[in-house]
Design a protein around this ligand. Structure first.
Ligand code: E4P
Length: 217
């Protein structure tokens, strides 16, 4: 399973990328706004920090506008993935991008029917928003399970990118449900490393080791 970081904070990205466990990055217009920086500059910097896919979102709402913006974003670096919303216009643009060899991430997916259309349009990734579905009173993870079954039934190549992740449990549930990737906020990514028994166990081992007076080196 690929793990992406959902951020425009390049200091945080540098820190977590040093673990070798960050396979890519996703951004969205809200995260660009949060960075307070020009979008093309942030995307270029992120693309220099990770070799994997970096999603950059078009903001036009018509297909022609998305195509123009997407082509400009794709020219920033070879690892840019153009993000478009799961709308009729977004899927028209997705089909054109697919024919042009530009990778896409179809975002704001909230139903299996939408995900089916995204795959038929030739999306590289589809992003079901788990946390926002949970907030809405649904079981977000059920959507991953449904999309996995549909994509497997018809051998669609579109990768399922679990998004709107709010906890480590979301990451493991998405993995169990067959998501190909998950995009994770930095605080949740950092929490993936941790377990209280790991910390307790390590403390005990180091305390016992200190009593031996030995040194390995
Ligand atoms: C990913 O591509 C999305 O931008 C992100 O996961 C949305 O997360 P949120 O629902 O926490 O804003």
């Amino acid at each position: 399973m690929q793990l992406f970081l959902d951020t425009t904070d390049t200091a945080v990205l540098k820190d977590l990328a040093a673990t070798g466990l960050v396979d890519g990055v996703t951004t969205n217009p809200s995260l660009i706004a949060k960075s307070g920086r020009p979008m093309l500059e942030v995307i270029a910097e992120i693309c220099g920090l990770v070799e994997g896919p970096v999603s950059a979102e078009a903001v036009a709402t018509d297909a022609a506008g998305m195509l123009a913006e997407g082509r400009k974003l794709a020219a920033v670096a070879p690892n840019v993935v153009v993000k478009v919303p799961l709308t009729r216009e977004g899927l028209v643009a997705t089909g054109v991008f697919a024919r042009e060899g530009i990778q896409t991430n179809v975002t704001l997916c909230f139903s299996a029917a939408q995900a089916l259309l995204a795959a038929k349009a030739g999306a590289t990734y589809v992003s079901p928003f788990i946390g926002r579905l949970d907030d809405h009173g649904a079981q977000g993870m059920d959507l991953i399970t449904e999309i996995r079954a549909i994509y497997d039934n018809f051998d669609f190549d579109t990768e399922i990118l679990a998004a709107s992740i709010r906890s480590p449990a979301h990451v493991t549930s998405a993995a169990l449900a067959g998501a190909d990737c998950a995009t994770i906020p930095p605080d949740v990514f950092a929490a993936l490393f941790k377990h209280p028994l790991t910390e307790k166990g390590l403390e005990q081992f180091l305390s016992d080791w200190a009593k031996t007076g030995q040194s390995i080196l």
